[in-house]
Design a protein around this ligand. Structure first.
Ligand code: GTP
Ligand code: MG
Length: 159
């Protein structure tokens, strides 16, 4: 289990590491598009991806789910169990999706407090309605990593 984000940069060499990565966030924020972009390097509407770095290989096992309210009851501890990384995604063009980030953070806390949590501001290729400063403050207050991404252009997806 990787608990400290900085451990990701010093994974044991000559070894393949398997990282369970979960995606959460409201409907249409771009979870599936981000996973697809990361795995296939394409923009399209449970994947795996492998990154080879300086002498070590990281295999991501990506768990994606629907953000629609009616599917919430299907959330189970199993979805989060053993996750190493958790991405909470919102859409920068949709302030409601940002307002719901704290709900997703609480869900994550409830089921899984072992994963590295990352707040993802997706659709940064579009004009942002959600102020990045407010998102950064929220991220800092909850000790979340923060990144803005575009599944469409690929910006920061590999990062
Ligand atoms: P649910 O599975 O229903 O919860 O949605 P989701 O979070 O998986 O969103 P999905 O990836 O299906 O994307 C929703 C819509 O947003 C689609 O029309 C995508 O083409 C679009 N979209 C996703 N990411 C981006 C992005 O970075 N930029 C732009 N412009 N559109 C995006
Ligand atoms: Mg989806």
């Amino acid at each position: 289990m990787v608990k400290d984000p900085y451990q990701l940069s010093c994974l044991t060499m000559n070894k393949t590491h398997y990282l369970k990565t979960v995606l959460v966030g409201d409907i249409n924020v771009g979870k599936t598009s981000l996973a697809y972009r990361f795995v296939k390097e394409k923009f399209k509407e449970n994947y795996t991806a492998t990154l080879a770095g300086d002498g070590c290989v990281v295999q991501f096992n990506i768990w994606d789910t629907a953000g629609q309210e009616k599917y919430q009851s299907f959330f189970s501890p199993l979805y989060f169990h053993g996750a190493d990384i958790a991405f909470i995604v919102y859409d920068v063009t949709n302030s409601e999706s940002f307002a719901r980030v704290s709900h997703w953070f609480d869900t994550l806390q409830k089921y899984c407090n072992t994963a590295i949590p990352v707040l993802v501001a997706n659709k940064c290729d579009c004009g942002s309605i959600v102020e990045e400063g407010i998102a950064l403050s929220f991220a800092a207050s909850k000790s979340l990593q923060f990144v803005h991404t575009s599944a469409k252009t690929g910006e920061n997806v590999e990062d």
